[in-house]
Ligand binder design. Structure first.
Ligand code: MG
Length: 349
């Protein structure tokens, strides 16, 4: 539905594999001192001196993780980088380099890959990371993108999922559920488009939630902000699968329980109004929607004055001894156990 009909089509076979990589990466420049050797040799060379190296990888598969019917390739390239950088920031580290590998079927012309790499390049510029390697190969069907992100941190700054203690405050950045509701809007418009291809979707009422789905931003600013505030989280994770599953990860790995307060979960007004429109419970969306790429962390109660009132941060609950369990405290002040899929427990019936 968002396809550009006036595209040129250059077959990938005209370039060959090495020509293709060279063509797609020729405009990427090196920004980081830690990049000793980027693209152009058998391997990249990085130098982090006495700092710790952080590495993560995510694989995105067409039809599983994205749908090109409404996901422009430029946005897809950008998002593929974001989901990886988010994991680096969740370690309280700085992202510095990425590698990108793609497998493409011959239905994609060169111009499509140029779009994909334009998105990757835009992400590299804004987030100041270097593209230092990767691979391209053919796939029988569809498109696969594998991104590896590399980062660095001082050993004393690294934050794991395992450090939360009872009475620590549970804090989340930004707001939740918007990416999921953006997806609902896009899925609905796709169905409308199937019936009437001349019907151009009007998404003006949904700009924020659609953008959160198509062009998420990783929270590069949060490790910097926490350092400025003099706060080191006791545990941290990024929200890729939904609040409930990330809380469960922290609780399991820290051996603690948790009380999450429903009325404290930050929601954008567009999430609330679209939830009403689609007749979905907004708490359920925040708990199970996913793809928010916000950061969830715990802090010692002593650090409360340092984060109090910060517009980027919401205190949504506190940690408890493990034997007290993991609960959502509803607006009606009842305690509901938090499960990996909060969906069923919260149905409006
Ligand atoms: Mg993660």
């Amino acid at each position: 539905m968002l396809e550009d009909k006036n595209q040129e089509r250059t077959s990938l076979s005209e370039l060959g594999e090495f020509g293709l990589i060279e063509h797609l990466t020729k405009n990427f420049t090196i920004k980081r001192e830690s990049t000793v050797k980027g693209i152009g040799d058998d391997a990249a060379v990085l130098d982090f001196k006495d700092r710790k190296t952080v590495v993560t990888n995510d694989l995105l598969v067409e039809g599983v993780h994205f749908d090109l019917a409404y996901m422009p390739l430029r946005h897809l390239g950008y998002k593929a980088v974001m989901v990886n950088l988010s994991d680096i920031y969740a370690m309280n580290a700085t992202a510095t380099q990425i590698t990108v590998s793609i497998a493409v079927s011959n239905r994609f012309p060169l111009e499509a890959l140029e779009e994909l790499y334009a998105g990757i390049s835009h992400a590299c510029e804004l987030y100041q990371v270097d593209l230092v390697g990767g691979d391209t190969t053919s796939s029988g069907k569809g498109l696969l993108i594998s991104v590896t992100a590399i980062g660095e941190a001082g050993a004393e700054d690294l934050v794991y999922r395992s450090g939360a203690k009872p009475n620590d405050l549970l804090v989340v950045t930004g707001d939740l559920g918007a990416a999921y509701m953006g997806l609902q809007v896009l899925e609905r418009e796709k169905e409308v488009f199937k019936v009437n291809p001349n019907n151009q979707p009007d998404l003006s009422m949904y700009t924020y939630i659609v953008e959160r789905q198509l062009k998420p931003e990783a929270r590069k600013d949060i490790p910097v902000l926490l350092k400025q505030l003099g706060v080191k989280p006791t545990s941290m994770i990024d929200i890729s699968d939904g609040l409930s599953s990330e809380i469960i990860h922290i609780c399991k790995q820290s051996a603690v329980g948790c009380n999450l307060h429903e009325d404290k979960i930050p929601l954008d007004p567009q999430v609330i109004s679209s939830c009403e429109e689609f007749d979905i419970n907004s708490t359920t969306v925040a708990l199970s929607g996913g793809e928010d790429y916000e950061l969830l962390f715990t802090i010692d109660q002593e650090d409360y004055p340092r984060i109090k009132g910060n517009p980027n941060l919401s205190i949504i609950g506190y940690m408890t001894p493990e034997n007290e369990g993991k609960h959502l405290i509803t607006r009606a002040n009842t305690a509901i156990p938090i499960t990996a899929r909060g969906w069923n427990a919260l149905k409006d019936d």
